[in-house]
Write a protein that binds this ligand. Sequence first.
Ligand code: XMP
Length: 511
Amino acid sequence: VIPIVDFGSQYVQLIARRVREAGVYSVLVSPETPIEDLRRIRPKGIILSGGPSSVYDEGAPRCDPALFDLGVPVLGICYGMQIGCELLGAKVASAEAREYGRARLRVTTTSDNELFKGMPDETSVWMSHADQVRELSEDFIPVATTETCPYAAVRHRERAFYGLQFHPEVTHTPHGAEILSNFIFGVCGCSGTWQMSNFLEMSIEQIQAQVGDGRVICGLSGGVDSSVAAALLHRAIGPRLTCVFVDNGLLRKGERAFVEATFRDHFDIDLRVIDAGAQFLADLEGVLDPQEKRRRIGHRFIKVFKSASEEIEDVGFLAQGTLYPDVIESGQGHSGQAANIKLHHNVGGLPEQLGFDLVEPFRQLFKDEVRQLGSLLGLPETMVWRHPFPGPGLAVRCLGEVREDQLAILREADEILIEEIVANNLYRQTAQVFAVLLPVRAVGVMGDGRTHEQVIAIRAVESQDFMTADWARIPFDVLATISNRVINEVRGVNRVVYDISSKPPATIEWE
Ligand code: XMP
């Protein structure tokens, strides 16, 4: 295992993920982790992450210098390099020019540069820093420079400490993966045999240890994360898991049947489906404002889920499929350092209201890693590769007032859209595709008659992380088929438009 000391960089999980991709298990640890605990996990090497602080700031996170005496190689990245160098006797100060973005890196030494083995002498790297190492003692060897950063890479003469001012973990550093591999394999001597199946075994053991004889409840949404969480919990504790699926009346066509078929029929999980559509729709009557819709849906969900959980005896734990990006976007990162970027997702709220202990096996994982795990657990491909669907469901895709007749139109159109996207092999290439029902009427002509009906907008985006997105270049003939079918088959729609806005400045959802 290679632990990563988390100083709060926005990229910290990306480092962990790169290490795992290389076939070595990696976890994040807090800078306050006692050295004894680190020793106990028998690390093959340690990585110190970047972070937003300045080494000399009051209260800046620091690590125990004894970490350098563990006898394993240490790689410091950005702030991690600065803190490592400072602890080992170098001077750090703010740089004359802050450096953000691409920079040209020149490797200046021919010996002692294990990290750059097999790489060109000049390459492009991604920088993001205000401070840098300004004075090196005799104990260090400068390894590489950039225009404004004399010590862009260094190593210690006696100790196996390596520092990189740039970020090898991001794709903007084209040789970054090789640099990390050189550290993991060349310097630390890891074997690279770790796989997702090892994670599976380890999480099963951890869940069993955490839960003991207890009973766990898991809220299923029909999405990838909660589905994989349920499948994993089921593998770990079998019949002591109860899943609750709230039918809020805002689901897509066939969604409830799909969840029932997967979990009740296939996995034989104790699944309770709560029929609460009428309550949700009553709450939404006359509500036009998107945030107000979210608020009411959120409140109702908590009420319904709470009363469902009270029906189940002896529940002590709540399982959630919280992913690392959810943790970081809601500002509850490991060391509490990462900035709060986004709030509207449903990470918080529920647990506090229910008072259960949380089981969150994916807090260290990214979505595609959870998908791998889902496949290992035997979830169907159609579940593992599902596009994300927002908690408030069709309510935020039915613009204006949410009513049963409007939802029915939207469901029909959405089903046709997805059918065509799947039939044309575009589902896996797109991050999210859905229909939006606009609360306006347009004029049309059908047969000999004039029509005055509603408009469906198609939203299809490509995105890695859903923080930014571009509209997908769906071929015109596929759009033509979709448009034809929606207008012919869905009563109440006489026009289809295609959304060509990117995020930012638009968002993925229309509300
Ligand atoms: P936006 O519209 O903010 O969406 O660009 C980014 C991603 O988040 C999803 N989304 C939500 N998910 N509750 C959720 O669980 C919400 O209120 C919500 N709003 C947006 C959206 O579908 C996209 O994947």
